[in-house]
Design a protein around this ligand. Structure first.
Ligand code: 6GU
Length: 273
C-alpha cells in the first residue's frame, strides 16, 4: 500500500517510522511519502492560509498550495478506479472513523492524507478532487484537535495492522472488538499473565482450570460486563438473537432485559413507587 501525507508539520509524522507501521515500511509492505505543503508556496512567507470569506475567527487553508501539491503527487502513477488513490481528509466535521472504514481503506492500494491546521481547507479543494477520486472526510472522535496530523497517525495504524502479513497472526483481527459483521460487537474483557500472584492479587481460578469451555464462557461474561459498563450504546445496538441462553442470564444479572417485543436489549430502569 502507498501512503502520501501532505502537511505543514512533516516532523509530526515521524512516528510512522516506529513500531508496527515502521516495520511494515522496512519490510516494503507500506510505501510512505511525507510532503511539506510549503514546497508548493511561491511567496516569500510561504503562505498557506488566509482570512475566511464571510468573516469570523481563525484562518482558512488556501486552495493553490493544496491543488499544486495534490496534482504533483497524483501525477506520479495516477490511475482512476479501484487501483487509484483515495483522498482522506481528517476533519472534526467528517464521518466517524470506525473499524469498518479501516477495513475499507485497507483494501485500497493508495491513500493520500491532507491533514489541515487552522479552521480547515477551502471547500473547493475537496470538491475539485471528489470529481476525480473517492474523498473520505473523516473524524476520529467527538473532540477537537489542533490539526489533523494526529488523526493521520491513528488512521494509518488502524489500517496498517489489517494489511496482509503486517500482524503476525491474520486470525487475530477477526476477534477485534469492532470487527465488522461480528455477531455482537462487545468490548474485550480483562487479560492476565505471569506471575500468578502479584502484590497479593491472584488470577481468576477459571483461567488456571484448563477447561476451555468454561474459559470461553468466562471471557464472554466479562466482555458483556465491560460493555454494559463502558459502552451501553453497543449493547443497545445488539439484536436479541445475538445472545445465547448464558448471555441472557449474564445480561439479566447486569440489569438488562429484552425490550417489549424482544428484538433488542435495554437497561432496565429502577421503577420507583
Ligand atoms: Cl480528523 N481533526 C481535527 N482537527 N480534530 C478532530 C479530528 C480530526 N477528529 C476528531 N477531532
Amino acid at each position: 500500500m502507498r501512503l502520501d501525507v501532505v502537511t505543514i508539520f512533516p516532523e509530526y509524522l515521524e512516528p510512522l517510522n516506529v513500531s508496527l507501521v515502521g516495520k511494515a515500511r522496512a519490510r516494503g509492505q507500506l510505501d510512505v511519502h511525507v510532503h511539506d505543503l510549503r514546497q508548493w508556496t511561491y511567496d516569500r512567507h510561504n503562505t498557506v492560509d488566509d482570512t475566511p470569506y464571510g468573516g469570523g475567527p481563525g484562518m482558512v487553508m488556501k486552495t493553490e498550495p493544496w491543488g499544486d501539491a495534490l496534482d504533483s503527487l497524483l501525477a506520479d502513477g495516477y490511475e482512476a478506479g479501484d487501483g487509484g488513490p483515495v483522498l482522506v481528509v481528517p476533519t472534526p466535521s467528517g464521518r466517524p472513523f470506525t473499524q469498518e472504514l479501516a477495513v475499507e481503506l485497507s483494501e485500497r492500494p493508495w491513500l493520500v492524507f491532507t491533514p489541515a491546521r487552522y479552521e480547515g481547507i477551502d471547500r473547493r479543494v475537496m470538491d475539485e478532487y471528489a470529481a476525480r477520486m473517492p474523498v473520505y472526510e473523516v473524524s476520529i472522535g467527538d473532540y477537537v484537535l489542533a490539526g489533523g496530523e494526529a488523526a493521520v497517525l491513528v488512521i494509518t495504524e488502524a489500517v496498517a495492522r489489517l494489511l496482509p502479513g503486517v500482524l503476525g497472526n491474520a486470525a487475530s483481527h477477526r476477534d477485534d472488538s469492532f470487527a465488522p459483521g461480528a455477531m455482537a460487537n462487545l468490548l474485550e474483557g480483562p487479560v492476565y499473565t505471569k506471575p500468578p500472584e502479584w502484590r497479593g492479587r491472584g488470577i481468576p481460578d477459571v483461567l488456571l482450570s484448563g477447561h476451555h469451555g468454561k474459559i470461553a464462557r468466562w471471557r464472554r461474561d466479562e466482555a458483556l460486563r465491560r460493555t454494559a459498563l463502558n459502552r451501553p450504546d453497543l449493547l443497545e445496538r445488539c439484536a436479541a438473537a445475538d445472545f445465547d441462553k448464558k448471555d441472557r442470564e449474564m445480561l439479566s444479572i447486569l440489569g438488562w432485559a429484552p425490550e417489549p417485543g424482544g428484538r433488542f436489549w435495554r437497561k432496565v430502569q429502577d421503577v420507583e413507587e
